[in-house]
Structure formats: structure tokens, C-alpha cells
Ligand binder design. Structure first.
Ligand code: AR6
Length: 175
């Protein structure tokens, strides 16, 4: 059996040649700034057309579409929580984004998936806290049997990349 892999790299998620990339979207699923804007630009207008038919998405949930002009065949859209100080269920909602995205990927027999640092931009979730949740959830998911063999955290900034490297070493020392 091949070893399942978790890794971080610095780059642009729209360029990743994985089966699915995850979008840090908003409740409307109709596009926005940050990674959401970049994904819609790279995928082309058909992505927005498909998103319009989805009727939005609750915070902590995930929905799947095609990737259109992206190298990735699929886009999994999830909506992270806006950080409001930590007492509004933000940590559990962020964990749910990772779990629901991975469950949807597994339902679609996806083998490789790339995540951005959900909620850590416009939604202001503290990076270190968010990174620990992200790595913990994907590591737990990989312990169960599923189609998923490779999970890539695509970090836009050097700071995010350093943070992911540190947390992966701490929580997944065998990786
Ligand atoms: N590839 C990888 N990561 C990226 C890219 C990229 N091309 N561009 C930005 N990031 P954000 P959020 C990083 O703000 O906090 C949108 O308007 C970025 O550096 O994109 O979940 C939506 O429509 C940061 O680390 O998402 C929502 O309204 C991370 O992606 C809202 O922003 C997430 O930052 C969602 O806010």
C-alpha cells in the first residue's frame, strides 16, 4: 500500500495539478477576492455559472463543482468562519470545513487534493491556530480508509509556509 502524504508548499493553488483544489469561498459562492477571486479568474466564467445553481453554502459546509480551465478537475468550495474573537464556534466551524471537504473528495474517489489556508486572509482567523486545526483534521482523516492519498497545503506567503512546516513536523512527525 502506498504511504499517504501530507505536505506544504509555497505557491498559487490555481496552478496545482491535483485532482481537486479547495476554495475558501463565502456563503454566496458567487466569487470574491483572495483565493476565491484567483480560482474564478483561472477557471473561467463557467465556474460562476455552475456556482449560481448551487444556492450558496453554509459556513462549515462544502460543495463540489468542475474545475473548467483549471489544471484541477474539481473545485471543492467551502466557507470558513469569520474570526470574531474565538467564542462563536470558529474553531469547530473551521475543523468542519476540512472534514466536509475531505468527505466530499472521498465520495468522488479523489486521490489528491490541495487546500489553501482557509479563513486566514479576509476572515482574519489567527494563522497558527488555523494551521493546527487544518493539520490535525487532515491527519485524522488520513487514518481512515478512503480514496485520498495526497493532501497538499498550498501557502501563498512565506509566513504561512513556515507555519505549516512547523505544525506538520510537530503533529505528523513521520511525514
Ligand atoms: N493560492 C493559494 N493561497 C492563496 C491565493 C492563491 N492564489 N490567494 C490568496 N491565498 P482569503 P478567507 C491565501 O482571504 O480568509 C474572499 O473574498 C491567502 O494568503 O482568500 O477564507 C471570499 O469570497 C490566505 O492565506 O480567504 C470570502 O469572502 C488564504 O489564501 C473571503 O475572501 C485565505 O485568504 C474568505 O476569506
Amino acid at each position: 500500500m502506498s504511504k499517504k502524504q501530507i505536505l506544504a508548499l509555497q505557491g498559487d493553488i490555481t496552478k496545482q495539478a491535483v485532482e481537486a483544489i479547495v476554495n475558501a469561498a463565502n456563503n454566496t459562492l458567487l466569487g470574491g477576492g483572495g483565493v476565491d477571486g484567483a480560482i474564478h479568474r483561472a477557471a473561467g466564467p463557467q465556474l460562476l455559472e455552475e456556482c449560481r445553481r448551487l444556492n450558496g453554502c453554509e459556513t462549515g459546509e462544502a460543495k463540489i463543482t468542475s474545475g473548467y480551465r483549471l489544471p484541477a478537475r474539481w473545485v471543492i468550495h467551502t466557507v470558513g468562519p469569520v474570526w470574531q474573537g474565538g467564542n462563536e464556534g470558529e474553531e469547530e466551524l473551521l475543523a468542519s470545513c476540512y472534514r466536509k471537504s475531505l468527505a466530499l473528495a472521498a465520495e468522488n474517489q479523489i486521490v489528491s487534493i490541495a487546500f489553501p489556508a482557509i479563513s486566514t486572509g479576509v476572515y482574519r482567523f489567527p494563522l497558527e491556530k488555523a494551521t493546527k486545526i487544518a493539520v490535525r483534521e487532515v491527519n485524522n482523516f488520513l487514518k481512515k480508509p478512503s480514496s485520498i492519498e495526497q493532501i497538499i497545503f498550498v501557502c501563498f506567503s512565506q509566513r504561512a509556509f513556515d507555519c505549516y512546516q512547523e505544525v506538520i513536523q510537530e503533529l505528523v512527525p513521520e511525514s
